[in-house]
Design a binder for this molecule. Structure first.
Ligand SMILES: NC(=O)c1ccc[n+]([C@@H]2O[C@H](COP(=O)([O-])OP(=O)(O)OC[C@H]3O[C@@H](n4cnc5c(N)ncnc54)[C@H](O)[C@@H]3O)[C@@H](O)[C@H]2O)c1
Length: 374
């Protein structure tokens, strides 16, 4: 198969969809891999590294027009809409339930669009979202510690304290992939860490894994209010699949927080779980409300492209190999997780939540493609 790797053109985006190691695997499977000039530079992979792996380097026009399968990290943005076309399979993060112009552009173009974030296993895991949640969770703890520093307009507190001086406290709301990863790093920074979760089973699991390094509390409006008032850092990490994040930390709770404390609302890409949160960018990551620093970067893993690019390729490569080795139709017929990733096919919206979000007709994938194993 002809596989293209496009350079990301969104501001502050340095990741690339394939590492040279991934390119080599695909070349060894007999595929023709073409990478756009300088696509990997932001992740420290020069064109020569891809050439050495057996890939070709080409212009943006060649990569988009010659490929059968195009790999990206972020959704196409407006200047790329004209490049969408019938006969191309696009595999990338799409998040189109929140992007009507892109949904319409995909439908109108006849392209097949497979979204990393909706690839979902039968036991409801999101294997292509997980690596980015791992990274964002770990970064959130670091960001909390950093923005507590006085020169960053923070409270001026060292999370670890020192002998004779108390530690700071980190409260994580939501103990899923993001929350667990925050809770791996924050105790290492010396903080007292509490996770508020609403699933008892999940808390039992977390206790087994994390032991006594964190406290686990049932999430309720009262508990959140009390914990947040005491916290130096609050990390928002809840997710209700397919829904906008619930506003668990209200404006009043924020007003009751300590001056110079920090909120890192990782759930901002789903609207945020803090009432005062709005999306920020890596070039302007924080703002202050009622003396509380808000860090709400919507694409946190973009800050560490060397790590994120490798983690992303590790997760996507098996799916890329399945699509390239067998063709999309056979690959999705054999793998329901990958089938759930298909959002748009043959001008039809095949993902129900996306169709609902934009008032478009929903066509079950099974109506467009037979999904029985072939
Ligand atoms: N900003 C970024 O760059 C970035 C990167 C990755 C993920 N995210 C986002 O982070 C959020 C969390 O992702 P995840 O992978 O950890 O999801 P997840 O599904 O693994 O975990 C979410 C957890 O929230 C818990 N939860 C739900 N309602 C709750 C409540 N009322 N109180 C306490 N806990 C509650 C669930 O039980 C679950 O354990 C998502 O919105 C995701 O999109 C953002």
């Amino acid at each position: 198969m002809k596989i293209g790797v496009a350079k990301e053109i969104k501001p502050d985006e340095y990741r690339v969809a394939l590492t040279p190691a991934g390119a080599r695997e695909l070349v060894q499977h007999g595929h023709d891999v073409t990478v756009e000039t300088d696509a990997g530079v932001g992740s420290t992979f020069p064109d020569d590294a891809y050439r050495a792996a057996g890939a070709r380097i080409a212009s943006v026009d060649d990569v988009w027009s010659d490929s059968e399968l195009l790999l990206k990290v972020k959704e196409p943005i407006e200047p790329e809409y004209g490049r969408l076309r019938e006969g191309l399979v696009l595999f990338t993060y799409l998040h189109i339930a929140a992007d009507e112009p892109l949904t319409r552009a995909l439908v109108d173009s006849g392209i097949t669009a497979v979204a990393y974030e909706t690839v979902e296993t039968d036991d409801r895991r999101l294997p292509l979202l997980a690596p980015m949640s791992e990274i964002a969770g770990r970064l959130a703890a670091q960001a909390g510690a950093y923005f507590l520093e006085k020169p960053q307009s923070g409270r001026g507190l060292l999370l670890s304290g020192v002998p004779g001086v108390a530690r700071g406290s980190v409260v994580v709301i939501g103990g899923g992939m993001v929350g667990y990863n925050s809770a791996l790093i924050a105790p290492g920074l010396g903080a007292n860490v509490t996770i508020l979760e609403r699933s008892i089973d999940r808390m039992r699991q977390l206790e087994e894994i994390l032991g006594a390094s964190v406290s686990l509390l049932m999430s309720s409006a009262l508990q959140i209010e009390e914990s947040v008032a005491d916290a130096d850092v609050v990390i928002g990490a809840v997710l209700i699949p397919g829904a906008v994040a619930p506003k668990l930390v209200t404006r009043e709770m924020v007003a009751g927080m300590k001056d110079g404390s920090v909120i890192a609302d990782v759930a901002i890409d789903q609207g945020g779980c803090v009432e005062t949160a709005r999306p920020t960018t890596h070039s302007d990551p924080v703002y202050t409300v009622d003396g509380v620093t808000h860090y709400c970067v919507a694409n946190m893993p973009g800050a560490v492209p060397v790590t994120s690019t490798k983690a992303l390729t590790n997760a996507t490569l098996p799916y890329v190999e399945a699509i390239s080795d067998h063709g999309l139709r056979d690959a999705i017929a054999h793998d329901r997780a990958l089938a759930r990733g298909v959002n748009v096919l043959d001008g039809k919206v095949t993902y129900e939540a996306v169709a609902e979000a934009h008032g478009l007709a929903y066509t079950p994938l099974e109506d467009v493609l037979p999904l029985a194993a072939v």
